[in-house]
Design a protein around this ligand. Structure first.
Ligand code: SF4
Length: 197
């Protein structure tokens, strides 16, 4: 579709689906609840500051009441004692709502291989996007936010992670196709033959 511009007193109209319009509005009006417990909190502040400026992505407004937020950032280590609090905050958020696990501690427990730490918040609540890193760079944080927006614009929350097709490396794309019943990855026949000889 070409670009649309109207001059002066001209009028016009655009056609779309209601669910697409709703998803578009949701994706650019995220109200975030930062649940920051540890050192990753500093990195979250860096992403929100003027250098990286998360506001450019329509996710500027922080809310410290779960009733007014639809994006829960879990930023830092979650101990067993904090787990019920995190769960309650998630439950109090109104639908539709999304969760980002910020850093390795929130994603899988990080290097805390002990009984006091939850080995990943997905043991308690559903997660939409995981951000690796200890701590993650602000660029990774912005990347995760854009992935979430992609997911919101596609509707539904069946996949844990949405990667725009153009950014899927070719070998992973082949693997995905073979899993879905499409063309299987090509075998290197000469290597296979040499293995058996
Ligand atoms: S991932 Fe690293 S930086 Fe983040 S809370 Fe855990 S230990 Fe701290």
């Amino acid at each position: 579709m070409g670009s649309l511009s109207l001059q002066g007193g001209e009028t016009g109209y655009a056609l779309t689906r209601f669910d697409a319009l709703l998803a578009w509005a949701r994706k650019y009006s995220l109200f975030q609840y930062p649940f920051a417990t540890a050192c990753c909190g500093m990195e979250f502040m860096a992403a929100a500051g003027p250098r990286y400026d998360i506001a450019r992505f329509g996710a500027e407004a922080p809310r410290f009441s779960p009733r007014q937020a639809d994006l829960l950032w879990v930023v830092g280590t979650i101990s067993q004692r904090q787990a019920p609090i995190l769960k309650r905050i998630y439950d109090q958020m109104a639908e539709p709502k999304w969760v980002i696990a910020f850093g390795t501690c929130a994603s899988c427990g990080g290097f805390y291989d002990n009984y006091t730490t939850v080995p990943g918040i997905d043991k308690i609540i559903p997660v939409d996007v995981y951000i690796p890193g200890c701590p993650p760079r602000p660029e990774a944080v912005l990347d995760a936010l854009m992935l979430l927006q992609e997911k919101i614009s596609q509707g539904g929350r069946t996949d844990k992670l949405v990667v725009p097709p153009a950014r899927i490396p070719e070998h992973l794309n082949k693997l995905r196709l073979s899993k879905e019943g499409g063309a299987a990855p090509q075998q290197d026949q000469s290597k296979e033959k040499a293995k058996h000889e």
